[in-house]
Design a protein around this ligand. Structure first.
Ligand code: MSP
Length: 517
């Protein structure tokens, strides 16, 4: 069986989960579920990033040990994911022994390859981003607060950076510049979307400097093997999670590696698309097939921030909205890769027009008519007309096009395509007017039309399972008249046209997406 490995970033434990974390994890879940339905052996990984100066400082501010803070926040993530129907296969913590072993083995591999040397680091550091900056980079980016170089800020997060001066190990990143450029050019799908690929390419082409990869002025991290006063740079530590979770180093060539796709936010592109591939090249390990950087959400037009107190918390959203509705909205509203705005008005509009009026209505009217005119029982299909054949052709085209969209992580287009199918179904109802057929006593045509409607609904629900696993199992239980599980289906066994048999009984419909006022 072909394997498929999808990852989310591992989330820092200095803060509670918010909309941004929920977004990437839902996107990864939708891919994982779609690939399982496609018959692939999927490994879906998420987890938490517990080490580093930022987490240590957050713990100090609360007067607790970093591991205590980590334990508290991990609990939040682990209870949230099932509520959002996240079907991850593993959850990696960077404080775990299995992960530390992976990080130290990665260090040794880089060292043995001659890619690490000791020197002295004297430049700037952004704790919130856990990123190094040179004075020149900061000045070039206009990041001087008062014209005085003691008050620099980070070009990415705009917060104050600090000057560090300490002994440090370095990774020979500069040695990989040419190979990285070559790899990115030879593999057009390696970094997506295309705008991000160009961004990385020009960053790499403008010249790479060696990277400081250890710190000595705090202790919360994985010690450098053989030189324990150094702690391994948190990004080297964190990136290695994608391998340590698979059993590296015990598994030299872990099953599932290389990853099919690392989903990340645009702010952490450089770490994933430059440092990580260079590390893997140095360690002589295969590179991930694809890195997809999505955009950022604002909330009601404003940047989310702790100080503004407007960070959307998944737990609070779930008190108001079903997980499926949130999943649908997040992936439908904004093309993956672009920035977007979360607004409650937009959520309600999309819900009412696409879920209540389109899918919900098609399900409800079709099963109601089947109940009313046929006691809920499907009849046999008489001779098919042009409009019936067009409907079937459209379903088959939808299945192919959705698969293609999902291979490109074009979630909004996949949903758009499914919605077009649903609208076709609703037009088919209008055009064939089953109520008129019933009145005329045209039973043969009535049975044919109702059969086509129920088959469409079944095949639409199958495509929507990854996006709305809860609602779609309800929808399929109404159609199949039995309790179902989201993971019992597959596209190959269940995706064909005409699998429902004459005589099959459907349930009386229950509103799946009641209108929101
Ligand atoms: N720990 C690192 C990742 C290490 S991966 C080897 C990290 N963690 S984080 O918790 O700060 O952020 C995790 C993800 O949340 C990032 O991909 C980031 O882009 C995403 N988001 C944070 N705020 C966001 C929005 N407002 N909107 C969308 N995603 C956002 O970075």
């Amino acid at each position: 069986m072909e394997s498929y490995y999808v990852t989310t970033p591992i989330y820092y434990v200095n803060d509670e989960p918010h909309l941004g974390h929920m977004y990437t994890t839902i996107a990864a879940d939708v891919l994982a579920r779609h690939q399982r339905l496609s018959g692939r052996d999927v490994f879906f990984l998420t987890g938490v990033d517990e080490h580093g100066q930022k987490v240590q400082q957050a713990a100090e501010a609360r007067g607790i040990q970093p591991i205590e803070l980590a334990d508290q926040v991990v609990e939040r993530y682990q209870s949230l994911w099932p509520e959002l129907e996240i079907s991850n296969d593993d959850f990696i913590r960077t404080s775990s022994e299995r992960h530390k072993a992976g990080v130290q083995a990665m260090w040794r591999r880089l060292e043995n390859a001659g890619s690490i040397y000791k020197d002295f680091y004297e430049d700037w550091y952004c704790v919130p981003c856990e990123a190094y900056w040179t004075e020149t980079q900061l000045k070039d980016a206009g990041c001087l607060e008062s014209g005085d170089s003691d008050s620099m800020h980070c070009p990415d997060c705009k917060r104050a950076v600090e000057k560090i001066q300490e002994e440090s190990y370095f990774f020979r990143l500069s040695a990989f510049q040419d190979r990285l450029v070559e790899h990115i050019k030879a593999n057009p799908d390696f970094i997506a979307p295309a705008s991000r690929r160009n961004e990385v390419l020009s960053f790499v082409e403008s010249g790479l400097r060696d990277l400081s990869i250890s710190r000595t002025t705090f202790s919360w991290g994985v010690p450098v093997p053989g030189d324990e006063k150094h702690v391994i740079y948190v990004w080297i530590d964190a990136l290695t999670n994608y391998l340590s979770a698979l059993g590296f180093p015990e598994q030299e060539e872990p099953k599932y590696w290389p990853a099919d796709v690392h989903l990340i936010g645009k702010d952490i592109l450089r770490f994933h698309a430059v440092y990580w591939p260079a590390m893997l090249m140095a360690a002589d390990l295969p590179l991930p097939k694809r890195i997809y950087a999505h955009g950022w959400w604002t909330v009601e037009g404003e940047k989310m921030s702790k100080s503004k107190g407007n960070a959307l918390r998944p737990a609070e959203l779930l008190e108001q909205y079903d997980a499926d509705i949130l999943r649908y909205f997040l992936l439908r509203e904004v093309p993956f890769g672009q920035d977007g705005d979360f607004s409650f008005t937009a959520l309600k509009q999309r819900y009412n027009s696409e879920l209540a009026n389109d899918v919900g209505n098609l399900l409800n009217r079709s099963l109601s008519m089947l109940k009313k005119y046929r006691g809920g029982v499907l009849g046999t299909v008489a001779e098919e007309q042009e409009c019936d054949r067009a409907l079937i052709a459209d379903v088959e085209a939808m299945q192919r096009e959705v698969a293609d969209c999902m291979d490109r992580q074009a979630f909004h287009l996949a949903l758009d395509r499914i919605n077009a199918m649903v609208r076709h179904g609703n037009r088919y109802v209008e055009d064939n007017a089953p109520w008129a057929l019933a009145k005329q006593g045209n039973d043969a045509r009535l049975d044919t039309v109702l059969y086509h409607l129920v088959e469409i609904l079944r095949l639409v629900a199958l495509q929507l399972i990854p996006f709305m696993p809860g609602k779609m199992t309800e929808m399929l239980s109404q159609i199949l008249d039995r309790p179902v599980q989201a993971d019992e289906f597959s596209f190959s066994a269940d995706g064909g046209w005409g699998l429902l048999e004459a005589g099959h009984q459907c349930r009386k419909p229950e509103p799946l997406f009641p209108r929101m006022d």
